[in-house]
Ligand binder design. Structure first.
Ligand code: PNS
Length: 184
């Protein structure tokens, strides 16, 4: 074996390790029932500032019965984010800090739409910091036009016959139509 090959074998893992150390991975956790344009806007903003963004759907949500199953939500997010080279989708259970550590993530991304979000987000960020002081929470604001958009409102408005086409990706509109009886 030539000495060039030997150097390559030694250097490759070292370069890999150095790159890993300087790679910023963040988790964007949530319920995403369903994904909205506000979520997508935040994903686009997050993907610009971190090397890899993992959209993570909480499986054991305390928010009551979801409209979409976890696999349905995962599929919708995967489809809507396929244009991003550095975004992936997965699911998690249990503590967010444990999942973030498992993933080797340095940060959690959360969106703040209005002052009303702040208290809940602040409490969560502080609790996560208490549980893992190494994990940072990054807050970003979505575009103004999405500051009032929430998954809860989307479901409510759609179920009552309202038009949500400007507020969710087209594939979510299709899935809503298939899910809600009487809406075509
Ligand atoms: O979209 P949501 O429902 O506002 O997201 C809430 C979420 C999933 C980020 C939050 O409930 C969460 O992180 N749950 C995991 C359990 C956990 O880690 N709890 C302690 C932190 S407060």
């Amino acid at each position: 074996m030539g000495s060039g090959n030997c150097w390559q074998r030694l250097l490759k893992p070292l370069i890999g390790m150095l790159l890993m150390m300087h790679t910023v991975k963040a988790i964007y956790p949530g319920t995403f029932d369903p994904l909205t344009n506000g979520h997508l806007d935040l994903i686009a903003r997050g993907a610009k500032i971190v090397d890899h963004l993992v959209v993570a759907i909480l499986r054991n949500t305390e928010k009551g019965t979801p409209l979409f199953s976890v696999p349905e939500r995962e599929e919708m997010i995967a489809e809507a984010t396929q244009g991003f080279g550095n975004v992936s989708v997965t699911t998690f259970n249990g503590l967010l800090v444990d999942f973030a550590r498992q993933q080797g993530a340095k940060a959690v991304l959360r969106g703040i739409r209005a002052i009303s979000d702040y208290e809940y987000e602040f409490q969560m960020a502080m609790m996560n910091r208490k549980l893992d002081p190494e994990l940072e929470t990054l807050f970003m604001m979505p575009a103004e036009k999405y500051t009032y958009v929430s998954s809860r409102l989307i479901k409510g408005v759609f179920q009552l016959g309202g038009d949500v086409t400007a507020l969710v990706p087209p594939l979510v509109v299709e899935r809503l139509k298939a899910k809600v009886p009487g809406r075509v």
